[in-house]
Design a protein around this ligand. Structure first.
Ligand code: 5GP
Length: 111
């Protein structure tokens, strides 16, 4: 069954798209946990970070580039958190690879 992110990639459900190319899409998180909470999502269906294969590394490289670009665009390049939950025990809820880019306030308060 398609995840929410596949539906967003296929434009079947709306989202605020910040960046898109052949490999990745970046959107605003619908339920932000920080003033700036963005999601950098692979277009390829990779269920989690743990399932990345060697052939996927160009995608990961692009995701890193876009995280850096968005951190600059949102003026948080001096301090932010880039994270990915791996598996349900970590809190992963959507099983399609994505990085959270969080910033905009003192992240130390988040724990
Ligand atoms: P995970 O829990 O898998 O690490 O992260 C999934 C993220 O997707 C959560 O931060 C959640 O708020 C966000 N999310 C869930 N549904 C939607 C949606 O329909 N649109 C957007 N933009 N974000 C969503």
């Amino acid at each position: 069954m398609a995840t929410i992110f596949e539906k967003i990639i296929n434009k079947e459900i709306p989202s605020e798209i910040l960046y898109e190319d052949d490999l990745v899409i970046a959107i605003k998180d619908k339920f932000p946990k920080a003033p700036i909470h963005l999601l950098i999502i692979s277009k390829k269906v990779i269920p989690s970070f743990q399932k990345i294969e060697k052939e996927d590394l160009p995608i990961i490289g692009r995701m890193i580039e876009i995280a850096q670009k968005l951190a600059k665009d949102f003026k948080i390049e001096k301090g932010y958190r880039l994270l990915t939950n791996v598996g349900a025990p970590s809190g992963q809820t959507i099983f399609h690879l994505h990085f959270h880019l969080l910033g905009g306030r003192d992240l130390l308060e988040m724990g």
